[in-house]
Design a protein around this ligand. Sequence first.
Ligand code: GLA
Length: 406
Amino acid sequence: MNSQDVRPMGIARMRSIAALACAGLVSSAPCFSQAGVAALPPMGWNSWNHFAERVTDADIRTAADLLVSTGMRESGYLYVNVDDTWQGKRDAHGELHPNERFPDMKALSDYIHARGLKFGIYSSPGARTCGGYEGSLGHEAQDAQMYAAWGVDFLKYDLCSFQEQMQQARAAHPNDADAARNVMVAAFRKMGEALRATGRPILYSLCQYGVDQPWKWGPSVGASMWRTTDDIDDSYGRMIAIGFSQAGLAKFAGSGAWNDPDMLEIGNGKMSPDEYRTHMSLWVILAAPLLAGNDLSRMSATDRDILRNADAIAIDQDSLGKQGERLYQSGDLDVWTKPLGDGRVAVGLFNRSWSRREVSVDLAAIGFPDGARLRDVWAQKDLGHRSGIFTDTVVKHGVTLLIVGK
Ligand code: GLA
């Protein structure tokens, strides 16, 4: 369920995909993706979607405790990531101190590690983060060393105010269509190299909203995952707009190199259980990082069961490391498949309409001409051996998620 559990074949595949992804990049700099830290899509919890700029040290400690007591850790949610707004001011030596809401980062890190979890943090290549706090511009190596000293395991690095530097590059080189992109990639590489220089494995997560196809150059800057879109919010419309827009990106993902359609909103209260099941189904078919973003102290049994469904998580964490793709779309109906190890296939039958609809998949067309055994992930039921066209009635905004295999 976590990166330690990956099978040898998965690791071999991881290396080959990272190598492929590193080919043909924007510069001749060597590729150094820290694939080992993200052999499978990273799983954890991040403070932003629920706590946003109000987050405190106490909230993070509580989240760490709750990851353990709710069984989330057991399910594989290991990273505890502090997002934006932890930063205070730099001192005369340029050293960044956390603000008063985070009195002691090393102690917080120790608290998280003592619970068998991993500690993540957030910064920006710009002078300011998206929340207007201190970024890492000009202090990359110093900040990376400080993260390593704190025991940080994950860095989310968010473009934010670095867009000013990109604009300046565009203005200075009006005839160079790549000027802005090149300074951006260089800035992300700078931190990637600074992290590597610390000698501590720190998972490097790019957040630049999918600008300039990060899936093509992310591995070259040391990243293991990169956002593919602008921010998610806790609404069905935004969630499906992001999720279904991922068609065509599967070939850029693999072990150590994950497309990130943003963090989970499951449990934040503004979608129905069927809509949250659609959210989870789509993300696991996409082999997306699973970073929960809810208030774990108020997690309902329904939301917990969605986040902890073992079959759904097994689809995401499958050792083959393949991102799924759209099989077909017809109006509001969408069928997606994800190849799994041992020749099985995960299938999502999605109904985006406002009424119950029948959604079908031709089992022969997905590699089972003689039929296959079906498991319904959300009903947690084996459906027995089926052949030909399998049809299910799917509720509005809902999904039937299947594991199909011999
Ligand atoms: C951006 C990111 C979000 C979050 C905020 C914090 O919007 O995309 O995920 O990190 O910044 O300010």
